[in-house]
Each structure stands twice: as C-alpha cells, then as structure tokens.
Design a protein around this ligand. Structure first.
Ligand SMILES: Cc1cc2nc3c(=O)[nH]c(=O)nc-3n(C[C@H](O)[C@H](O)[C@H](O)COP(=O)(O)OP(=O)(O)OC[C@H]3O[C@@H](n4cnc5c(N)ncnc54)[C@H](O)[C@@H]3O)c2cc1C
Length: 352
C-alpha cells in the first residue's frame, strides 16, 4: 500500500491551492485496501478525490484518504441501455470522453466538470440543465462507521440541487468506490438550457450530434470558467439560493432582471452570480484571493492567497448580498477548517 508519513502538503491536491498540510496521507488504489486500513495515527479521516470542490482553510489534523481507484466496464442493460461501472478514482471528464467514444449518451452536458467519478454523487454534479441523478443507477461504498460494504440505489442517496446525503448528511462516513450509470445508445440530448441553446443557434446547429454538443459545452465552459491549472479556483463558490415563491416575487418586484428558474414544486432558484456582480464585486481582491473578472460566482487564488484573505472576501460578499437582497449565500465547495458560521446553513435573514 503506497503510504507516506506526514505532515503532507495538501495545497497541490486541491484546485484552490491554499497552503495546508495533513498529518497523514494514504493513497487508495484498490478497494481491498479499505477494510484493512489501520486506525489513523491522529485525528479522523477526510476523503479526497480531485480536490476541485474542497478548500483547505486550515491544516487537517488527521488522515487524508486520496481516492485513486481506477477501472471502467460496460454491461448491456437491455435494449439501448448500457450500464457503466466506473471506479471512483477515474476522472469524471475522462469518463465523459470515453462514453462518447463508446457511443453512449446521457452525460454530454456534464463534460469538463473537474474531479473524480466518486465525488460526482456527493453534490449531484450538474451543468447545462442536467444533474447526475438523471443517469445515476447506484454506487458502492465502504461504511466507515459500521465497517461494511453497502450498495446505494438512486432513491437512497437523497439527491438535491448540489447536495446529497453524502454531502450534508454524513460527510466522510461512506467511502465511495464505484458509481454505476445507466446510459443509452440512442442520443436524445437535453438542449433546453438557454445559454447552450443560444450557443448552438449562433453556431447554426439546430440538431447537434453528440460530438458537436460536447464541443459546444467545452467552448462555453472554457470561455466562462478559469482553468484550475492556470488560475486556482473551485468553480462556482456559492450555491444558487432556492427560495419560496413569495420571497422570490418580493425580490423580483425590486430586481426584475435577476435571473431565476422556477423549480418543480414552485420554489425558485436565484442566480447568485448575478447578485454578486450587481454589487460590483467582479475583479475585487483581498491580497491574492479574488473574484474572477469574467464570472462573479467564481473566487480565485491569484497565487499566494491565504485562508484569512479568502475568509475576509467571503465575509464581504455574503454580508453585502444579505444586506442588499436579504438572501444569505452558502458556499458550494467543502470548506475544511472554516468557521462553522460559513459552513453550516443559516436561516435566511429578513429582507432589509
Ligand atoms: C473550474 C471548475 C468548474 C466546476 N464546474 C462544476 C459544475 O459545472 N457543476 C458541478 O456540480 N460542480 C462543478 N465543480 C465542482 C467540482 O468539480 C465537482 O463538485 C466535482 O464532483 C468534485 O470532484 P473532486 O473529485 O475534485 O472532489 P473533492 O474536492 O476531492 O471532494 C469533494 C467532496 O466529496 C468528498 N469525496 C470525494 N471523493 C469521495 C469518495 N470517493 N467517497 C466519498 N466522499 C468523497 C470529499 O470528502 C469532499 O467532501 C467545478 C469545479 C471547478 C474547479
């Protein structure tokens, strides 16, 4: 088992690249390693995949389990359906590409989301109008509390917008080792998302094939989001808040341009990036922690940001949005060692 003694540098293992260290780091390459893991020599365990949704605001006093378990297989599921069994340490975008090559459809809209397959169910990754749960069939995980292998079906996972039982319920309890997707040999794309439809229309593509769809998504994402290899970031830093229809109506009376989406059930999702942009935060910096100049929802590390810089920037944004719109933003990435006030959802404050 490849295991190294701590303290281990974590900066390079997270795409936001704040300086931090762990007491101990274990690289997992085979599921069989997991039941045999000794107790951590200090503190508790934190599970890490690609580190693209984890921001280290402090050192981790325990052990980091770095998931690098690889493997992919395909199995016919009758008719056009194909089950894809993907080990948790596979790259998500690598999986999208491989499925494209195999002529399997259903995850094109989720192309270029960084990170690992095992983290995809954690926040039910979503982009351009679809979320993972649309194609998700099940997963295998090691229950670290009760020391047993478990299989979860879709209904067991508590999938919601950027959330699941694994993210907000019991983080680090279940170590996911394999995810099963149900894809199709027939191509029936969802092109309903406005910016995607707009980009296809501008390109004169009424009915894209799967490769054209992925190419369009890649162009849109590269234009809008910084490449973590060049500018450290964790993607969207805040969730789009979901509010009651009455709250949304009140807000939209004052801010009719605020982009919003009515969800099934009537609740309304509001564009957090628009609110941040409206307050003039684009390009703002506190030392090397900043708001990305092209997209106000993305916070970046210009090189030498420290946790204090980022925390001050978050505080400033959250405070200003709450004061102006009466909405309390919640961070989307996992903030390790952050203040509980930021990490735990707050009751929404009364407007103004
Ligand atoms: C530029 C950029 C763009 C992004 N765009 C999107 C987007 O469009 N949509 C979207 O939804 N997200 C997006 N993200 C966020 C991120 O890519 C996803 O959340 C991704 O699934 C995280 O994968 P990871 O392996 O890097 O997770 P990590 O950061 O390593 O882990 C995230 C969480 O999952 C847990 N975890 C990881 N692996 C396992 C496992 N095997 N078992 C149990 N728990 C585990 C960790 O403990 C942590 O709590 C973006 C991020 C960046 C940097």
């Amino acid at each position: 088992m490849p295991e190294a003694p701590g303290p281990e540098r974590l900066g390079a293992l997270s795409t936001f690249r704040l300086p931090a260290a762990a007491h101990e780091l274990v690289v997992l390459e085979h599921p069989e390693q997991i039941p045999a893991l000794p107790d951590p020599t200090s503190g508790s365990d934190l599970i890490l995949g690609g580190g693209s949704n984890t921001v280290f605001l402090a050192d981790w006093p325990g052990r980091v389990l770095l998931n690098r378990i690889r493997g992919l297989r395909f199995e016919s599921a009758g008719g056009d359906a194909v089950r894809v069994f993907a080990a948790a340490g596979e790259s998500w975008h690598g999986l999208v590409r491989r499925c494209l090559d195999e002529g399997l459809h259903g995850i094109e809209n989720l192309a270029l989301i960084p990170g690992s397959v095992g983290a995809a169910p954690i926040q039910n990754i979503g982009a351009y109008g679809i979320e993972l749960d649309r194609v998700f069939e099940g997963l295998t995980a090691w229950d670290r509390e009760r020391c047993r292998w478990l299989r979860f079906g879709r209904d067991d996972c508590g999938f919601r917008y950027r959330d699941s039982r694994f993210k907000s319920g019991e983080p680090d309890r279940y170590l996911i080792t394999e995810v099963v997707l149900r894809l199709s040999r027939s191509f029936d794309p969802d092109l309903s998302y406005a910016s995607l439809r707009g980009a296809l229309d501008r390109g004169g593509i009424a009915r894209p094939d799967a490769r054209q769809l992925v190419a369009t998504i890649l162009r849109l994402r590269r234009h809008r989001l910084p490449d973590p290899a060049r500018l450290a970031n964790a993607g969207s830093f805040f969730k789009n808040p979901i509010v009651d229809p009455a709250v949304a109506r009140d807000l939209l009376d004052d801010e009719p341009e605020l982009p919003h989406w009515t969800l099934s059930g009537g609740a309304v999702k509001l564009a957090a990036g628009w609110m941040i942009d409206r307050l003039g935060f684009r390009g703002e910096r506190i030392n090397d922690a900043g708001v990305y100049a092209n997209h106000a929802l993305v916070l970046v590390n210009h090189g030498n940001a420290h946790a204090e810089d980022l925390l001050r920037l978050i505080d400033r944004i959250v405070g200003a949005v709450e004061e102006r719109f009466g909405i309390r933003l919640e961070p989307e990435p996992r903030l390790v060692g952050g203040s509980p006030a930021l990490v735990e959802p707050q009751p929404r404050a009364a407007r103004r």
